[in-house]
Design a protein around this ligand. Structure first.
Ligand code: ASP
Length: 323
């Protein structure tokens, strides 16, 4: 069985809407395929032709630097045509609904829509209305599946495995889709997840997802393998969740003293964009012995190439079966 057949057998979904519900095999297939693109992306000639003739539309209703750019690069490196729809200059500004926008784009026969939207569940709803494959580029505080995959790829490349690792996700868990997707992925792959945050930034009942909750960094970081920091998502906050930034950094910002509780070789991660001096000390963020933040960005392109490639292979199969 070649790699393509294996992929089709193991990840046969039409869309990638979230990590919740994926099997360890599906996650492994996505990670293994991503791995094949890492070397290619480091060569002078990064171009392939597997997406020749395919159209990918990036439809982003929220700001993005890394996700949108890396999907664009991923599509182009695989030979596809990529269109970036800027919502600020589209008919959404004239009052068009999400579904009408999606139906309009659908009528142009794209093969993949990559969608980011501020409402949880919006991307899944949209996927029911279109004929193409849909990738969730982040929906509200719900899921950001490609971020969790790129985080997992980064960890796996550094430490060789995910199973058995202890990973602390720290900061604004309440508003974080990155945290949710990572919790699902890491639990599914046999890692242990701790959440560390002020009481106000932990969703109630989150223990049901199989995580341990801490409200003290020194305790929560004890002997962890990975420290994953989250940004304070102030754009999603209504009201006050902490007294002041200074106070927040004192108690929950990652600095040398708090990091000393983790394993000696513990890795520091952050999905970006980073707020230096708010959730992470600037020097630590740049300590490339321990911080893998730049590697995460690099892995993001490989992961998005893998997702585009696998979903269009699945389209090929379903188009073939309709003939
Ligand atoms: N870039 C990530 C996201 O879109 C994390 C963040 O914005 O803080 O969710």
């Amino acid at each position: 069985m070649n790699t393509n057949e294996q992929t089709y057998l193991c990840y046969h979904r039409r869309h990638l809407l979230g990590i919740e519900g994926l099997t360890p095999e599906e996650i492994t297939i996505l990670l293994n395929r991503s791995e094949t693109h890492v070397q290619q992306n480091r060569q002078a000639n990064k171009k392939k032709s597997v997406l020749n003739g395919r159209t990918i539309i990036n439809l982003f209703f929220e700001d993005s630097t890394r996700t949108r750019t890396s999907f664009e690069l991923a599509g182009k490196r695989l030979g596809g045509d990529v269109i970036n729809m800027s919502v600020s200059t589209s008919s959404v500004k004239k009052g068009e609904t999400l579904i009408d926008t999606a139906m309009t784009l659908n009528a142009m026969h794209p093969d993949v829509l990559v969608v980011r939207h501020p409402q949880s569940g919006a991307v899944s709803l949209l996927s029911e209305k279109v004929n193409c494959a849909v990738i969730n580029g982040g929906d509200g505080a719900h899921e950001h599946p490609t971020q969790a995959l790129l985080d997992a790829l980064t960890i796996r490349r550094r430490l060789g495995h995910l199973s058995g690792l202890v990973i602390a996700i720290c900061g604004d868990v309440l508003h974080s889709r990155v945290a949710r997707s990572n919790i699902h992925l890491l639990n599914t792959m046999g890692a242990r997840v701790r959440l560390i945050a002020p009481v106000t930034l932990i969703p109630s009942g989150i223990e049901h997802l199989g995580v341990e909750v801490f409200h003290n960094m020194d305790e929560g970081l004890k002997d962890v393998d990975i420290v994953m920091m989250l940004r304070l998502q102030r754009e999603r906050m209504q009201g006050n969740f902490f007294p002041s930034i200074r106070e927040y950094f004192n108690f929950f910002g990652l600095d040398e003293a708090k990091l000393a509780n983790a394993k000696d070789n513990a890795l520091i991660m952050h999905p970006g964009p980073m707020n230096r001096g708010v959730e992470i000390d600037s020097d630590l963020a740049d300590d490339f012995g321990r911080s893998v933040i730049r590697e995460q960005v690099e892995m993001g392109v490989a992961v998005r190439m893998a997702c585009l490639e696998i979903l269009t292979e699945n389209l090929d199969q379903s188009e073939g079966s309709n003939l």
